[in-house]
Write a protein that binds this ligand. Structure first.
Ligand code: G6P
Length: 612
């Protein structure tokens, strides 16, 4: 949610900043801006994508070796040129970019207006840069001190970068709640919302912690202080990220690339954590806090969006395989309730980005109530990964497409490993079933490959239903959350209204909507509820709904009723989500492309939601 990039060094800043913004565009893409300091402070801002800004800045003065840029996902004020960042102080001396929300901006703005400040934009960010300017001028402070003092007056979340025309050899940054990473090069520094813009220049980074301020300068100095003025020693980490993982390669979109990566990413998630041949499974995060996890009274899963759907699948997995009671919560709801949580609970946070503001806040709450905090995260070094007591990375690699695909299957794979590990340790699954599940799990990547081979058939079905205005997704048991995920994928990228429902619940509402124009996508791979789902399919057919059924290879019965069938290989029921979700991802992808939608950057959405 908003991307930040900054550079100070010996190279030209503009191309580095613009390239970095393009890499961060998945975080927001409604407007963009850049500031380059070279004697003058040149600021260019444009509504639209980074390419629009590039076009706008084509003939402008952009040379200089200190600069910063921002790609925005609007919170305060609509997306337009004026509200885009950088925002500047009244005299144009300071420029600031911001990711987050300043909650008490209205009262600060009122106070500043009283003493003569005027504002051009509707943003909370402009208020913050005016506040810093005011603090700086009142006491004639260096910019880093003015930033520090101003931030003591601010309530909210932020990652900010500030430059001061009068102090041209330095960049100041600070964070609270929104991420910021500093890249350390040879006589140069980079700053960004995540490591993606930095890795082609350096693998050495420092992740700024909450309530820390960093100052980097041309002489190669990096200083970090807390907002209450305590010097910190920077903790330098070495990344091991390869550039090609951030590029589309031969694919037209990141989303399609990421869908096709799944056989590999699922295998990467399992690597080193299990062996079917040797009959073992071991999830390091569980081992690290074994006693508390194995004796937990219950698991509470907190997540948002697609990650929440992975959490719902985990509820079925942990209950069935390990007999652990599970609650799955929207992090945004959990954080504002007064939930009964104590040291006997384990809170599992699921998050691709590891930065989702609501999930972080729910974790803080549970931590204060002494629960064990476990993170299942994709982005290495992210805020959630760093605040948990224990956890596991899903190792899916960078996910750039805004609609999550490979992170979802990575989360489900990891949660399945956890459930099998715990089930076997607790004796709630017999050894024969344990070995069978491991064997099946190891075969999942090959089976996903087989489903991907059906791409052209799925594309054909997409063609048949692409003009629908509504769609219904039905599933039971393990496949109910998959139905929710299928509907979410369609909504996110093709803007078709879609609902996911437990198949049997259809009778209690959505059935009223079914007519010949309504595609109904039914996941009918469950062995245990096959007959029941077949009846649900009949009910849809009787109302002339267009049925697209996901069935197992060799299916006989549902095939006779459905308009279209997509066959997937058979697997044990707890593992079916890893297969049944794949055709739904491809179906949404093709429908969106046929409707001329931008699948990687769907309107109004952002990949990493770092504000409430
Ligand atoms: C946003 C993204 C979704 C994602 C959700 C949760 O809405 O667009 O794809 O599922 O945030 O993100 P997280 O990084 O916490 O999994």
């Amino acid at each position: 949610m908003c991307g930040i990039v900054a550079y100070i060094g010996k190279k030209e800043a503009f191309p580095i900043v613009m390239k970095g913004l393009q890499r961060l565009e998945y975080r927001g893409y409604d407007s963009a801006g850049v500031a380059i300091l070279n004697g003058d402070l040149n600021v260019y801002k444009k509504k639209g994508k980074v390419k629009d800004l590039l076009q706008f800045a084509k003939d402008k003065k952009v040379n200089g070796s200190l600069g910063m840029g921002h790609t925005r996902w609007a919170t305060h004020g609509k997306p337009n040129d004026v509200n885009a960042h950088p925002q500047q102080s009244g005299d144009g001396r300071l420029a600031l970019i911001h990711n987050g929300i300043i909650e008490n901006y209205a009262s600060i703005k009122e106070a500043l207006i009283k003493i003569g400040h005027t504002f051009e934009s509707e943003t909370d960010t402009e208020v913050l840069v005016h506040l810093i300017d005011e603090v700086q001028r009142q006491d004639n402070l260096p910019i880093e001190e003015a930033v520090r003092v101003a931030l003591t007056k601010v309530i909210g979340a932020y990652a900010i970068v500030v430059i001061d025309k009068k102090d041209p050899n330095k960049i100041v940054a600070a964070r609270k709640g929104s991420p910021l990473v500093i890249g350390l090069g040879e006589d140069e520094f980079f700053m960004a919302s995540d490591a993606t813009p930095l890795i082609e220049y350096t693998q050495k980074v420092v992740y700024l912690n909450d309530e820390e301020i960093a100052v980097v300068n041309r002489s190669g100095d990096l200083q970090i202080k807390t907002i209450d003025n305590k010097i910190q020693s920077p903790f330098i980490e070495e990344l091991n990220l390869k550039l090609e993982r951030f590029e589309k390669g031969d694919f037209d979109s990141f989303m399609l690339k990421e869908i096709y990566e799944q056989p590999k990413t699922i295998a990467d998630c399992m690597r080193g954590r299990m062996s079917a041949a040797e009959g073992w499974v071991k999830v390091g995060g569980i081992e690290a806090s074994y006693e508390r996890i194995i004796n937990a009274r219950r698991f509470i899963i907190a997540a948002c969006g697609t990650s929440w759907h992975a959490g719902l699948i985990a509820e079925y997995l942990f209950e069935e395989l390990a007999r652990i009671s599970v609650e799955v919560e929207y992090a945004s709801e959990l954080r504002y309730r007064n939930p009964i949580i104590d040291e006997n609970d384990v809170i599992i946070a699921l998050s691709q980005s590891g930065e989702t503001a609501d999930t972080l806040a729910a974790l803080e709450l549970a931590k204060n109530k002494k629960a064990l905090i476990y993170g299942v995260v994709n982005v290495v070094g992210s805020s959630i990964a760093r605040m948990t007591d224990s956890g596991s990375y899903i190792h899916a690699g960078p996910e750039i497409g805004v609609a999550s695909t490979k992170a979802f299957t990575g989360q489900v794979t990891l949660l399945t490993l956890m459930a099998i590990h715990l089930g076997y340790a607790k004796g709630t699954i017999p050894r024969s079933y344990y070995l069978q599940l491991l064997d099946e799990l190891e075969n999942i990547p090959k089976k996903v490959e087989k489903i991907l081979e059906k791409n052209s058939h799925i594309k054909y079905i997409a063609q048949e239903i692409k003009d629908a205005t509504n769609a219904l997704y039905l599933g039971r048991g393990y496949n109910f959350p998959v139905a929710l995920e299928g509907a979410l994928k369609l909504k996110e990228i093709s803007y078709i209204h879609a609902e996911g429902y437990p198949a049997a619940e259809m009778k209690h509402g959505p059935i009223a909507l079914i007519d010949e124009n309504m595609p109904v996508i039914v996941i009918a791979t469950n062995k245990s509820a096959y007959e029941k789902i077949a009846s649900n399919v009949q009910e849809v057919k009787a109302r002339k709904g267009k049925i697209i059924a996901i069935v197992n290879e060799g299916d006989q019965e549902i095939r006779k009723i459905a308009d279209y069938c997509i066959e997937i290989p058979y697997t044990d029921e707890p593992l079916t989500p890893l297969l049944s979700v794949i055709p739904l991802q491809l179906l949404s992808y093709h429908i969106a492309i046929m409707r001329d939608c931008n699948v990687d950057q769907p309107r109004n959405l952002a990949k990493s939601v770092t504000v409430e």
